[in-house]
Write a new protein. Structure first.
Length: 435
């Protein structure tokens, strides 16, 4: 049995330590039920944004390789196997852009040349992962003339007259990326369809998504792309149940939708993830974006705890995959062409060509390094003093992740497995047990 721990105010970062019980008598219990099996894990990953690719171009080749290895190597890194790209520009592009010339409704000018640095980064990541990285493609906005506000920013709605043209654009994107040997596995209808933002954005009501899916789904099938899995919503947990229900309750739209994508901003309503699963158990759930907003946040330990708390609770509630936001940002939290600066698990101090692994990097690693694709969640229940989740890996190993955000240590006994486990979850720590 191994015990890997990260802890506040220490040098412990994914460090192997002894399993110790610092009390003569455990006071809290976790009970695992191996016969009660839940969802199967797809994988963990991050977003291949233009900003991330650009930042790696600003440092020397050796540091660039170390940065990519730190995420995608299954031994030396975090073991990432999935990722996300924006379908043309987003706020973490160097500027708004399209794959076509303005007003080209024929799509004859379609060209993804600008995305080549992103594609190169995906291929370099695959060398370290030693497998194909499965990619989710998400648009931030249709071309401006296809919208009622005639602008790429501040929302606006896709005009119904352009539904088919926009669906054809999705097809062009998939085929262009796959011609470059990138595996597109998922497509979401729209990134954050309820957000009117000062950057690339577009508003869809639940009914709009339902109606567009009825065009996108058949178009993908007609073009031989039936294997591309369509995700709806791609926004926060708060109204994910109401939004998804409108689409799922329509028999025609339902048949084309694989599942619901969701983000973590503004709320931690984890119960909605389980509620949606319970209502539609045949549909899938995937976390597709989260980050610490408002700049780089160097040295702020609570950012790691936010990551751990969100990943763990979503996994308990049937989430199947986790995709972080930007892989690499510079020390300002960018570049971002509308100054929407954020943090990333690896920040790059460009002038010094220095990689900084943030606390979020290590918290993600407590899951992504040890919970392998194909792992199955095992039911667990008990104490409310700590957060915990358990998985059975394809190789038969069991993984228990325990997070203690309290200002005091918690003494634990873990029951239900072949062996008795007693340990102390130290204050402000996260532990991964591999059995």
């Amino acid at each position: 049995m191994k015990h890997i721990r990260t802890r506040k105010d220490t040098q412990e970062r994914l460090t192997e330590v002894n399993i110790e019980l610092l009390s003569s008598k455990p006071t809290e219990t976790i009970t695992i039920n191996p016969s009660d099996q839940k969802q199967t894990i797809i994988g963990f990953g991050g977003a291949f944004t233009e900003s991330s690719a650009y930042n790696l171009s600003r440092i020397n080749k050796s540091q660039r390789e170390k940065a990519i290895q730190a995420y995608f190597d299954p031994i030396e890194g975090l073991g990432y196997t999935i990722g996300r790209v924006s379908i043309h520009g987003c706020d973490f592009s160097l500027g708004s852009y399209l794959y076509i010339k303005d007003y080209d409704d024929s799509l004859e000018s379609f060209d993804i040349t600008r995305d080549q640095p992103i594609i190169n980064l995906i291929h370099d990541a695959e060398k370290y992962a030693n497998q194909k990285i499965e990619i989710l493609g998400s648009p931030w906005t249709p071309p401006f003339w296809m919208k009622d506000n005639h602008s790429p920013i501040r929302g606006g709605k896709l005009l119904p007259a352009y539904y088919q043209t926009w669906a054809n654009y999705f097809v062009k994107f998939v085929k262009a990326y796959e011609a470059k040997d990138v595996k597109i596995s998922w497509l979401s209808v729209q990134n954050e369809p309820a957000a009117v933002q000062r950057w690339d954005s577009c508003i869809y009501s639940a009914e709009d998504e339902r109606d567009f899916v009825k065009v996108l789904g058949p178009t993908l099938e007609k073009e031989g792309l039936k294997d591309k899995k369509i995700l709806i919503w791609d926004h926060n947990r708060d109204i994910m149940v109401e939004r998804a229900s409108v689409v799922y309750n329509d028999l025609e739209a339902n048949q084309y939708v694989w599942g619901t994508a969701f983000h973590w901003y503004e709320n931690e309503q984890f119960q909605n993830v389980k509620k949606l699963h319970d209502l539609y158990p045949s549909k899938h759930l995937m976390f597709t974006e989260g980050c610490q907003e408002g700049g780089p946040h160097f040295g702020e330990y609570q950012v790691g705890e936010r990551y751990g708390r969100n990943i763990l609770n979503d996994l308990r509630n049937y989430n199947e995959g986790f995709i972080d936001w930007n892989l690499f940002l510079d020390e300002t939290g960018g570049p971002n062409h509308v100054n929407n600066l954020c943090s990333a698990p690896i920040m790059i101090k460009i002038y010094h060509e220095e990689l900084v692994k943030m606390i979020s990097y290590y918290y993600i690693g407590h899951f992504s390094k040890y919970i392998k694709p194909g792992a199955i969640q095992l039911s667990s229940e008990g104490t409310k003093e700590v957060l915990y989740v358990t998985f059975l890996n394809p190789d038969g190993s069991k993984v228990i992740v325990i997070q203690n955000e309290k200002d005091h240590d918690v003494h634990l006994e873990i029951k239900g497995l072949d062996q008795q486990i007693k340990l102390t979850a130290l204050k402000h720590s996260i532990s991964t047990l591999i059995i």
